[in-house]
Design a protein around this ligand. Sequence first.
Ligand code: NAD
Length: 301
Amino acid sequence: LTCQVMSRIEKLVVVGVGLIGGSFALALREHGVVKHVVGVGRSRENLDHALGLGIIDEAFTDAARAVPEADLVLLAVPVGQLPAVMLQMDKRLDPATVVTDAGSTKRDVIRHARQHLPKHLTRFVPAHPVAGTEHSGAAAAKRDLYRGKRVVLTPLPENDPAAIRLVRELWRDCGASVDEMSADAHDAVFAAVSHLPHALAFALVNLIVDHPLRDSLFSFAASGFRDFTRIASSSPEMWRDICVSNYDALLTELGAYERELQRFRHLLEAQDSPGIEALFKRARDAREAWLKGRASATKTK
Ligand code: NAD
């Protein structure tokens, strides 16, 4: 109870009331730590939806009008929108307000904050909730999206420890466990395990789209295709921004993947059955071990 009282938020502003921002607001509401939630969006329709679903209490299309007197501002827009949003709010932001973000990339977001929120760096705590689905918008928000999931903070050297503590506590209130890492390490890790797989899923679907037999191919595509390409149902705008924002780390992983495909191609050209089986077995064993590790980590939570 003491913890809840300590982290009570009178006014939370969520800029971008979609899957990520909406779920954060719902989780904190359910936990009873937030009193008033203000949503900022660019489409009136999505904001009305968020109001109707009880995610937010008040809505604005201009961040400048929403942020005064906020205890916390969460920026949950596609990362390419962050410079514009930061510029909008900079002049109206109270010095005491803690600002955090949910962007999937971190070095670029930090660069934007240094450029557009230079007076607020003690209280801008960069974060990335490692949770999501392929669905977007307020209608996709879920109060339990973050339960049992991880959140990575990449704090700035300038950060006030109390600001980091608040952001950490709020993500814990959402049911997540919180880690810290450098922004460089973060962007390298997520280029490999998130950004590259999304780019590959989009590419595989386009391969079929451009195929002369596309209709027939789509009609026979089954669960393997569905599993591989689930994430190609994600927001194109969001993934465009992530790829552009983390382009150098993503290029490194794309190069590694191309080399991996070359390795497979050579084995295939040589019709090297044992070689191909060994390659597949190594991957299957690693995936099984990863699944087991995840299952036991969830159980111990
Ligand atoms: P979303 O599309 O569901 O929500 C984004 C919302 O921001 C939309 O409602 C959109 O109208 C609004 N918006 C866009 N530009 C705006 C602007 N200039 N001003 C105000 N509102 C604006 O997307 P999401 O999945 O919630 O992603 C939000 C952020 O979270 C992104 O930065 C993304 O990289 C990050 N993220 C996403 C996932 C995921 O799996 N979806 C996971 C972790 C982090």
